[in-house]
Design a protein. Structure first.
Length: 541
């Protein structure tokens, strides 16, 4: 039973975990709905029913086997969103090869590291996209990666040449649902990223229960503008869809707000995904009102907190009355917490939901590891089927993240409410310690969002000789011609925030540095502030 006192909660459910491999689960969907659409690529107009989808997956899987790819071998994919990405995902799962997701934004230094660290033998790659010439970059690093024996380019004769090798005679290897199936490199803020290694059981169940939470059926059509290389696209999108017989809709190779709304309208999508900045970009299109979005009922918003006004518009103007907020991390496949379809506006914007079925979460004191009382901030930890097998070939780093009780330490500061819903208040490393006082940037940010002249704000700590750290507010003004002064900002906070929480520094910005998954890179804000010296006058107490 969940304790009313401690910040611990577990997800009970009358629905059992799936014991399938990804291939076996797909077979069940194909048997149930062979003629329903499984995949639509709006840019090219290509469409697959479940029967056609399975046939193309088998063709690619047999070709990989004929090419010498064995169970456990690492197959890389360095590509933008396209149908071939999805085929590689399911074909590698069919034969037990470990698909390694490579961020399309990576350049030669990063891709060389991943190719070597994961020991990739076959690489699928886009030919080019925007400013990225993938073929030229592969040519630069290929000689330094001795295990890389073949590169297959999507939309190139090398793709057809690979497919021609398969005879259909090669037997599929026997697989366990606990076999590693996917390596995803987490975006490290320092040093090289780490390869979170995930099993069939990890990601299939997570996609399935995320889909269950928003009541997916074979009638749903899911618009996926988020990247496939990230769990948001390939697990919460693709696996949530196929485990329910729903249709995956690709609106564009990379995020384009107009293409996304066009795809929703054209394909009568019932669900739409995105980080808050994507929804903001869609809502801000000059011709937003001209799109027919009446088919939408649900969707998922994740990656960063959703401002209240944005959520109101998503529900009212995009018809997404059942939109869900998800919280997770690559190492937990990814989702641990999710809001439910009937949650009110406050729970959807003030929390990241409650624990998913078959998972446990707790909030602990970072110093002692003891579970905190409800309502008290601490580090969020999660345990259950979703926790990764470990970081690829990095046992020491795995041990730092997963303790002996198999709890994954997220590094996020959280508060569990009395009702079990969880608020994320920041990152442990983002917490500011000023003169011995712990300051949570999220609390100050939420307060500053109420200022009528502030469009967006991020709060970080920067070094201070006397206090250890001081509070810097990085502000994007609503009107660039009328930016706030530090004095105005501090006057707004006076008597409403404790004196030690009031920013002593202010930096006016046009935009924040972002990760490709939509998170603000606070480490860059800090480094920039240190590099520039003290932005704004210091009028600290």
């Amino acid at each position: 039973m969940n304790s009313p006192m401690n910040s611990y909660s577990h997800g009970t459910s009358g629905t059992s975990l799936l014991g399938d491999t990804i291939g076996a689960n797909l077979d069940r969907a194909v048997a149930a709905w062979p003629d329903r659409e499984a995949l639509v690529d709006v840019p090219s107009g290509r469409r697959w029913t479940y029967a056609q989808f399975a046939a193309d997956i088998d063709e690619l899987a047999y070709a990989l086997l004929a090419s010498g790819v064995a169970k456990g071998d690492r197959v890389g994919i360095w590509a933008i969103n396209c149908p071939e990405w999805v085929l590689v995902q399911y074909a590698t799962a069919r034969i037990g090869a470990v698909m390694v997701n490579i961020n399309p934004a990576y350049r030669t230094h990063e891709v060389e590291y991943v190719l070597k660290q994961a020991g990739i033998s076959v690489l699928f790659a886009s030919v080019s996209h925007k400013t990225s010439d993938y073929r030229a970059m592969v040519d630069q690093v290929r000689g330094k990666c001795p295990e890389l024996r073949e590169v297959v380019y999507i939309g190139d004769p090398s793709w057809d040449a690979l497919l021609s090798r398969g005879t259909g005679d090669e037997p599929y290897p026997e697989l366990s649902c606990d076999d590693p199936i996917n390596i995803q490199y987490t975006s490290g803020t320092t040093g090289f990223p780490k390869g979170a290694t995930l099993s069939h059981h990890n990601i299939l169940n997570n996609g399935y229960f995320v889909g269950e939470s928003i009541t997916y059926t074979e009638q749903d059509r899911v618009c996926i503008p988020v990247p496939f290389y990230h769990c948001f696209g390939m697990v919460m999108g693709n696996l949530a869809a196929t485990s329910h017989g729903a249709c995956m809709v690709i609106p564009a190779p990379s995020f384009d707000p107009a293409a996304t709304l066009k795809a929703v309208q054209q394909e009568r999508c019932t669900s739409l995904y995105g980080v808050p900045t994507m929804f903001i970009a869609e809502l801000n299109l000059p011709d937003f009102a001209s799109y027919d979005l009446s088919s939408l009922r649900t969707g998922i918003m994740a990656g960063s907190p959703c401002p209240v006004e944005v959520m109101k518009r998503v529900v009212a103007e995009m018809h997404m009355a059942e939109v869900s907020i998800c919280y997770g991390m690559t190492e937990t496949s990814p989702v641990s917490l999710q809001t439910r379809r009937d949650d009110d506006l406050e729970h959807r914007t003030g929390t990241v939901g409650r624990v998913l079925p078959h998972l446990e979460v707790k909030v602990v004191d970072p110093a002692t590891g003891m579970t905190q009382p409800r309502g008290t901030a601490g580090e969020l930890c999660t345990r259950g089927y979703s926790v990764m097998l470990g970081y690829w070939n990095e046992p020491e780093k795995t041990a730092e993240a997963i303790d002996t009780g198999r709890w994954m330490h997220t590094g996020d500061l959280a508060v569990m409410r009395e009702d079990g819903y969880v608020e994320i208040v920041g990152r442990i490393k983002d917490m500011i310690i000023r003169g011995g006082e712990n300051i949570y940037p999220r609390e100050i940010e939420e307060f500053l969002y109420t200022h009528p002249r502030i469009a967006d704000v991020q709060v970080v700590g920067v070094p201070h000789e006397r206090y250890g750290e001081e509070v810097l507010a990085c502000v994007i003004p609503r009107d660039p011609a009328d930016p706030l002064t530090l004095e105005e900002l501090r006057a707004f906070c006076e008597d409403r925030l404790a004196h030690y929480k009031i920013p002593t520094l202010l930096q006016i910005m046009d935009a924040f540095p972002m990760t490709v998954s939509g998170k603000v890179r606070k480490i860059e804000l800090r480094e920039r502030a240190v590099r520039l010296g003290r932005p704004g006058a210091d009028s600290s107490n």
